[in-house]
Design a protein around this ligand. Structure first.
Ligand code: ADP
Ligand code: AMP
Length: 213
């Protein structure tokens, strides 16, 4: 099962992608997590990506597409995967379509987690992330068991640099200009499914599993 998650930053893509990956036994591939791991490890890719991420801009397609095409060719992705945060531009979607087509494959579901801009600012201000394992929490909507500590790996949780209010509006503008056109792209491909992302986390997941079966 090859699934991609669409939706504004903070819509809940990562939260749902993790739950999908656990239920269906497929890897959760988040380009944001890959970039953050590279930043943490001080790699060349991390240094380049950080310049864009800190400004709320997208990392250029040439640094992003090959990374994902290589990742989905790994053995653990043979049965499928859930892509979270990729594609984010039409050229990225085209690169993914072409890479899959070369293997006689295509995306099965593009799940759009629909949340209006008004709700997003609150979501991102309260988001707390574990940079060690990629787990995500919210101070009120999905708090960790122990304040400031990751339930999964016990490391300290942080407010991501790009979740600061001054960057959030920029990321929303970038989403509308560059990523939202993908809704049309995947509608035309016949694989788009929308869910109401303003509901509780479990209710959103129920709607998604209703689609995936
Ligand atoms: P994305 O991956 O789309 O950027 P996240 O999954 O990280 O978004 O979610 C953004 C924030 O909103 C997180 O703090 C998360 O805990 C919280 N969140 C996710 N889904 C919901 C929901 N359905 N209701 C309330 N808060 C949510
Ligand atoms: P995310 O964790 O999905 O919210 O991504 C955080 C940031 O990483 C984004 O704001 C972008 O700067 C960068 N990023 C993640 N995925 C992509 C992508 N597919 N294309 C370009 N930039 C990306």
């Amino acid at each position: 099962m090859k699934i991609i998650m669409l939706g504004a930053p903070g819509a809940g893509k990562g939260t749902q992608a993790k739950m999908i990956a656990d239920k269906y036994g497929i890897p959760h591939i988040s380009t944001g997590d890959i970039f953050r791991a590279n930043i943490k490890n001080g790699t060349e890719l991390g240094k380049k990506a950080k310049e864009y991420m800190d400004q709320g801009l997208l990392v250029p397609d040439e640094l992003t597409c090959d990374l994902v095409v290589d990742r989905i060719a790994q053995p653990d992705a043979a049965k499928g995967y859930v892509l979270d945060g990729f594609p984010r531009t039409i050229p990225q979607a085209e690169a993914l379509t072409a890479a899959l087509k070369a293997r006689g494959e295509s995306v099965d579901y593009a799940i759009d987690v629909d949340v209006p801009d008004e709700n997003i600012v609150n979501r991102m201000g309260g988001r707390r992330a574990c940079l060690a394992c990629g787990a995500t929490y919210h101070v009120s909507f999905n708090p960790p068991k122990k304040e400031g500590i990751c339930d999964v790996c016990g490391k300290e949780l942080v407010l991501r640099d790009d979740d600061k209010p001054e960057t959030v509006q920029k990321r929303l503008d970038v989403y509308h200009a560059q990523t939202q056109p993908l809704i049309d792209y995947y509608t035309k491909a016949g694989v788009l499914r929308s869910v109401d992302g303003t509901q509780d986390i479990d209710k959103v997941f129920g709607d998604i599993t209703g689609i995936l079966g």
